[in-house]
Design a protein around this ligand. Structure first.
Ligand SMILES: Cc1ncc(COP(=O)(O)O)c(C=O)c1O
Length: 372
């Protein structure tokens, strides 16, 4: 197989990941940090991301699926790993075998744990998740007494943690997050009367790390901030972080065209003067946000150039004006590299999307290049 050097590339700046982690840590104090590496580490590569931070003090990891957790274990990641998805009876055994931490998010889940404990005499690690207003996975706070009663009645059970998830912590108005927090506190307080003492209590995400220090408890859960990107355009980024991913693509052809030349599908872009049109080898099949073509730009050698016409499946065109870029050079789509800086936040805002969608969309033929 020939190793192509042209095409889409995600440069992953692992040094920035490490310094983002430390800057978050300086902000939150000594608490353990539950680093979210689900969805292939938010599109950055779960294994290299986890390997870069796994030996930092107090780092725990969280993923969504059992498969994601197993991939980390297969790659010798030994940290605690919390699995966010709904517990399934058939994976309790495997989770126990690999010392993974399960999510108890429904009263039914207690039955699965009870069955395993009575059969083996051992308890898998698990955290109880309360739904405090997201209306997603989680035990209703109104069922807190029932869940604690049931759990307390099982000999040998090991509820290691308790948590909840905010719906609006990254918004300007945090009143709903404050309501969720008070619901969570009610549940946590109730556990004490059942003599349940959780080692880990966590309720934060990136939005609340920035917005709501009251949500830190004794463990802080964080995803997007680690990757150096704002969770929304409404939060004030008062923790210094830098984007870990720089998404780029190579220029493979340049042609001089006259004024009035139509570019790409639908002919929605027409040159307004004689200009250089570059063909860049990256398309929406590689995770490029297709709708960004309308107001979209790429950055090349510190200058921004307009995306010309609709983004195709494998390629997009750029209007370079009188600039003559070198064939084979990369343009930057988002991130920060050399002289180029184009925040993913700007694209997300412009196309009515989110930074989460942009980062996790990276796929197709994108080559990952890890920079130490
Ligand atoms: C349960 C849970 N906790 C934490 C996070 C991390 O959120 P963020 O990336 O905003 O920090 C997520 C992400 O979606 C999540 O689903």
């Amino acid at each position: 197989m020939v190793m192509e050097t042209i095409g889409p590339k995600a440069f992953i700046h692992l040094d920035r990941l490490r310094s983002n982690l430390w800057n978050i840590r300086r902000h939150i104090g000594e608490r353990p940090l539950l680093c979210v590496v689900k969805a292939n580490g938010y599109g950055h590569g779960a294994v290299p991301i986890a390997k870069t931070i796994c030996h930092e003090p107090g780092v725990h990891l969280a993923v969504f699926s059992l498969d994601e957790a197993m991939e980390l274990r297969r790659n010798s990641i030994e940290n605690n790993i919390l699995i966010f998805c709904r517990m399934q009876p058939e994976f309790v055994e495997l989770a126990f075998k690999h010392d993974l931490t399960l999510n108890l998010s429904s009263l039914d889940d207690i039955t699965y744990l009870k069955e395993f404990i009575s059969r083996t005499g051992q308890s898998p690690r698990f955290h109880i998740k309360f739904d405090t207003g997201m209306t997603r996975l989680g035990v209703d706070v109104s069922d807190a007494e029932t869940v604690f009663d049931d759990v307390a009645s099982i000999e040998g059970i090991n509820p290691e943690g308790v948590y909840s998830h905010f719906a609006t912590a990254d918004e300007g108005d945090i009143s709903y997050a404050e309501y969720q927090l008070s619901q969570f506190k009610t549940a946590v307080k109730m556990a004490k009367s059942y003599n349940i003492n959780f080692k880990y209590i966590h309720c934060s995400n990136s939005g609340s790390v920035l917005n709501l220090p009251q949500s830190y408890f004794n463990m802080v859960r964080v995803g997007m901030l680690l990757y150096g990107v704002a969770p929304s355009s409404e939060v004030t980024m008062d923790i210094p972080v830098e984007p870990v991913m720089s998404f780029c693509g190579s220029i493979v052809q340049l042609r001089r065209v006259p004024k009035g030349t139509q570019v790409s599908y639908g002919g929605v872009y027409s040159t307004d003067k004689e200009t250089n049109i570059g063909v860049v080898q990256t398309g929406f099949a590689d995770g490029f946000p297709r709708s960004w073509y309308e107001d979209g730009v790429v950055s090349y050698k510190g200058q921004q150039f307009k995306i010309a016409g609709r983004v195709c499946m494998d390629q997009l065109m750029v209007d370079f004006g009188d600039e003559t870029p070198r064939i084979g050079d990369d343009v930057l789509f988002f991130g920060k590299k050399d002289l180029d800086h184009l925040p993913a936040e700007r694209i997300a805002k412009s196309i009515g999307s989110t930074t989460y969608v942009l980062l996790t969309a990276i796929k197709g033929r994108t080559k990952y290049i890890y920079l130490k």
